[in-house]
Design a protein around this ligand. Structure first.
Ligand code: NAP
Length: 546
């Protein structure tokens, strides 16, 4: 690493700071992008971060049970062999606190914090065409004037608290899992209600139930889950990872979703029922997202998917003792893995506890939060604490909550009124020199995130470097490239079963009024990486450079 410029002064209200580039966010993506632009290109660059520390999604999501569903040996940066040698994960899946330690370790190792301004939320970013600069304003009233703007704002960072009437009158305490208090929440002796059974609710329920007097789970859409089978890592495995870190990195670049395992070549529909059962049983015992990789036709052929779905539904009915609860939990309306598939530790087992109740809010929806608790169409449930595990305004939400305006005052919210539109998920027509990391139109949430993040940050860095070498000042996606890319994103999604999960946040369906568009690129990370490389090799084909 070379060319690190001098320390930059921090700004205060009314200040105008000129920089080469600004990164918004200091999670996995923001940290690495900052490092690339500062230390590889020697740019004058800063990152602005709304949180009080690094970590992004892991800074905010401190809810009980928060843990990654990628295995630890693939959930890290791979740009630095030294960092891979120095860091050692302790469990098969890294927990929230350990990921925070890791990101702080990486940020300190590369001395990144001196160029991050924390507790700073960006409110607007307006492009000034005459000057070819972005004017970025913060909540505190500072202004940054920069040539390049990179959003590293995460896909799941805008908490969704449903607009239930009466929430303000609730006498107890309520929390959204994505904005969890740093000091934690003591559930001892409390009647807790949790709304939501996505990955978050499925992780949180067992931990809350173990502490609370009573846990009532309000389920609207039943969900699949496969055991994670988290374990402490053995010394031999840690050694293996150290010795093979580079091979593991290469594997994550060769697999469809940036994971450390490959999708099996066989088809479920061509495998005998008996053999399939054995395969699913072994995958269930092994645990984790690898369950999804047991057959190559699982996400493209409904008949194949049904075999996995029925296996999991049978498992749920075997585990959960109360037949009514088991029926509610296994009454799942979408193909397996068409929604992001959760993995869990004792989720279904939790319903066998005497202090846990499942309430079906599909047939009897939540009508209001009352001063005493939650009222559904059928009954009122008195509660001391309500946990909203109700997800996020995913992918577009973090971008649209800033007032981003491109050329001629063009507002991003207008350009994206009917759904996100961009080229390669990297640039939006009309918004020159603005790059978006792992936003809609890229594999992002369908991929192991650090793999997707490194690919994007490297591509952006190389692009800016290329522009510098050629003496170019401006890059912008061409409108027809956007048209073609949006069509491609739709087409590859429609070749899979993914759009069939109608309530999925992949489609924006969890947010009332949000356009129903499949947002991530479902063609796989390998293909996506190739496309991005080809575009760059052809002199950034599809972009206007000037
Ligand atoms: P989510 O998947 O969007 O789930 C939200 C839950 O809240 C759903 O069960 C939803 O029901 C319910 N809900 C929302 N509004 C409701 C309402 N008005 N009334 C009743 N129920 C309502 O959100 P999430 O669980 O926070 O997960 C989001 C994503 O974060 C995951 O898919 C994953 O990508 C990531 N994540 C990853 C991990 C991990 O790595 N292990 C852990 C947690 C989260 P419907 O389904 O009916 O809408």
């Amino acid at each position: 690493m070379t060319n690190a410029p001098r320390d930059l002064p921090s700004a205060s209200a009314g200040d105008v700071t000129e920089l080469d580039a600004l990164v918004i966010g200091a999670g996995f993506a923001g940290l690495y992008q900052l490092l690339c632009l500062r230390d590889r290109l020697g740019l004058k660059v800063k990152a602005l971060e709304a949180g009080g520390g690094v970590g992004g999604t892991w800074y905010w999501n401190r809810y009980p049970g928060a843990r990654c569903d990628s295995e630890s040996h693939v959930y890290w940066y791979t740009f630095s062999p030294e960092l891979m040698r120095e860091w050692e994960w302790s469990e098969r899946y890294p927990g929230q606190a350990e990921i925070m330690r890791y990101l702080n370790f990486a940020a300190d190792k590369f001395d990144l914090k001196r160029d991050i301004q924390f507790n700073t939320r960006v409110t607007s970013a307006h492009y000034d065409e005459a000057a070819n600069r972005w004017r970025v304003r913060t909540e505190q009233g500072e202004t940054y004037v920069v040539k390049f703007l990179v959003t590293a704002v995460g896909c799941l960072s805008t908490a969704n608290v449903p607009n239930f009437p009466g929430l303000n009158d609730f006498k107890g305490d309520w929390y959204h899992t994505g904005e969890w208090p740093h000091e934690g929440v003591d559930f001892t002796g409390k009647r807790v209600g949790m709304i939501g059974t996505g990955s978050t609710g499925i992780q949180a329920a067992p931990v809350i139930a173990a502490q609370a007097k009573h846990l009532t789970v309000f389920q609207r859409t039943a969900n699949y889950s496969v055991p994670a089978r988290n374990v402490p890592l053995k010394p031999e495995f840690k050694q293996y990872v150290k010795r093979h870190a580079e091979d593991i990195r290469v594997t994550t670049h060769e697999t469809l979703n940036g994971m450390g395992f490959r999708i099996e070549d066989r088809k479920a529909v061509e495998t005998s029922a008996e053999e399939r059962e054995k395969i699913y049983e072994a995958a269930w015992e092994r645990g984790g997202l690898q369950f999804r990789a047991t057959f190559q036709d699982m996400l493209v052929d409904k008949a194949a998917n049904d075999t996995a779905a029925n296996f999991i539904k049978r498992k749920i009915r075997t585990i959960v003792k109360d037949p009514r609860t088991a029926a509610l939990l296994s009454d799942i309306d979408h193909p397996y893995a068409a929604k992001r598939p959760p993995i869990d530790t004792d989720y279904f087992e939790t319903y066998n506890r005497p202090n846990v109740t499942l309430v079906d809010v599909k047939t009897a929806p939540i009508q209001a939060i009352t001063p005493a608790g939650v009222r559904t169409a059928e009954a009122e449930y008195p509660l001391d604490i309500i946990v909203f595990a109700t997800g996020f305004d995913a992918m577009t939400g973090p971008m649209l909550r800033m007032d981003i305006r491109g050329r001629d005052g063009l507002a991003l919210k207008d350009v994206w009124e009917t759904g996100p539109r961009n080229y390669l998920g990297l640039q939006i027509a009309g918004f020159p020199n603005l790059f978006t990391i792992t936003g809609p139109g890229s594999p992002s949430v369908l991929c192991n995130m650090p793999v997707a993040i490194e690919q994007h940050a490297d591509w952006i860095t190389n692009c800016i470097d290329y522009m510098r070498t050629k003496g170019m000042e401006r890059i912008e996606a061409k409108p027809d490239s956007v048209e073609k890319w949006v069509a491609e994103v739709n087409e590859v999604a429609n070749r899979t079963l993914l759009p069939q999960a109608k309530h999925s946040w992949y489609l924006g369906a969890n947010i009332p009024g949000k356009p129903s568009v499949f947002m991530p690129y479902a063609g796989g990370m390998v293909r996506y990486r190739e496309i991005c490389q080809e575009v760059a090799a052809r002199g950034y084909e599809g972009f206007d450079l000037s």
